[in-house]
Design a protein around this ligand. Structure first.
Ligand SMILES: *Cc1c(COP(=O)(O)O)cnc(C)c1O
Length: 384
């Protein structure tokens, strides 16, 4: 079936449909086979061995590349596996510039593992493009950003950073986990590769661990495929199927996440116990206009600061419907304390400078009825 000329949302709904010519299956089948018989010496069906290629994974990877507007998609066993494979693209002596407001696990793998192989990293405020330019050295090979940042939701200027990278010949890598291609397509702004923890919104149901890379051009896509096939962090066929099923509701889910998060952020802003609210959908957010210009929505993540750490702890204990849990991006609302959980591996001085302290809570706003989310927050924030 040809699906070009239809919207991105429609294309995600139709992922895998009519791709199984033998049966016409609407839900593309799971191919668990680890190996494939050769028709003759020197011939292949296109599939030889499942690490190198699998029919279920291929259909998923094509859907992912299509959603992000790239030429090659790759599905990994986790977001960290995707990032690790991307970092293997670099060599000893190379330097990367990376957002300082980023996922703690990315910091950990760079600092504690790739540091051993002489890959050096500068962490900068990537919402300020001049700071990115100032951090570049003759050895800089790439810029890795998260926008919105995590957990403070700062917005980087994608077009400005893309032209900076182009001028200097740097690879622009964008972790698009928070907004997904339903809301933001960094490759269209000039990024070279997009990364996802598909464990989050792409999977969307808190029941899957997966990662994604999508490359804009086929040369980089081929190189990343070589690295994945050589090192092996592929996504299993069963999980490829589950992720493909999840993609079909991505557009709907993201719309609801955005609506609910906007209402929750506005409610938090008016609450007397809340000192600060971080959500790009609020006009008071410094990246508000920029995010409107470069994306189709502000996403489902809201962080907020209370007066002290004790109150934050108390709120987490009093939650009834919202779960106190790590992770984000699922249909169920989750709240976390980044300083103690997701960002514990970032050195305490750096965390303090950024404002990631123990009175900062991060809420992944789910798709429940928004009144129920707000009433849970209301009773949890009440003192006593
Ligand atoms: C969770 C997360 C990751 C890591 O992904 P896993 O699937 O947990 O390995 C990377 N980047 C961001 C922004 C994340 O939220």
């Amino acid at each position: 079936m040809t699906t070009s000329g239809v919207s991105r949302h429609t294309r995600s709904v139709l992922a895998g449909v009519k791709r199984d010519a033998a049966t016409g299956a609407i839900s593309f089948p799971i191919y668990p086979s680890s190996t494939y018989a050769h028709p003759a010496v020197g011939e292949s069906t296109g599939f030889d061995y499942t690490r190198s290629g699998n029919p279920t994974r291929q259909v998923l990877e094509e859907a992912l590349a299509d959603l992000e507007g790239g030429s090659r998609g790759l599905a990994f066993s986790s977001g960290m596996a995707a990032l690790t494979t991307l970092f293997l693209h670099f060599s000893a002596g190379d330097h990367l510039v990376v957002s300082e407001d980023l996922y703690g696990g990315t910091y950990r793998v760079l600092d504690q593992i790739f540091g051993k192989f002489a890959l050096s990293v500068s962490y900068v405020d990537t919402t300020d493009s001049s700071k990115v330019a100032a951090a570049c050295t003759p050895h800089t090979k790439a810029l890795l950003i998260e926008t919105p940042g995590n957990p403070l939701l700062g917005i980087a200027d994608l077009p400005a950073l893309a032209s900076l990278c182009q001028e200097r010949g740097l690879l622009l890598c964008v972790d698009n986990t928070f907004l997904t291609p339903a809301l933001q397509r960094p490759l269209e702004h000039g990024a070279d590769v997009v990364i996802h923890s598909a464990t989050k919104y792409l999977g969307g149901h808190n029941d899957l661990c997966a990662g994604v890379l999508v490359a804009r051009n086929s040369d980089l896509g081929e190189r990343l495929y070589f690295l994945q096939n050589s090192t092996g962090a592929i996504l299993s066929p069963q999980d490829c199927w589950l992720l493909m099923r999840s993609l079909k509701t991505l557009g709907l889910r993201m719309e609801r996440h955005c609506d609910n998060a906007q209402a929750v952020a506005e409610w938090l802003l008016a609450h007397p116990a809340v000192e600060q609210v971080y959500y790009p959908g609020l006009p008071s957010h410094p990246g508000h206009q920029r995010n409107i210009a470069q994306s189709d929505g502000h996403g489902g993540m809201v962080s907020f600061r209370l007066g002290n750490a004790d109150h934050a702890k108390q709120v987490l204990q009093k939650l009834r419907r919202i779960s106190f849990a790590e992770s984000l991006g699922g249909v169920e609302s989750l709240m976390t304390l980044p300083a103690v959980q997701t960002h514990a591996d970032i050195p305490v001085e750096q965390r303090k400078r950024l404002g990631v302290c123990e009175s900062l809570l991060r809420l992944s706003v789910g798709i429940e009825s928004v009144e129920d989310i707000i009433s849970d927050l209301d009773q949890a924030l009440a003192r006593g």
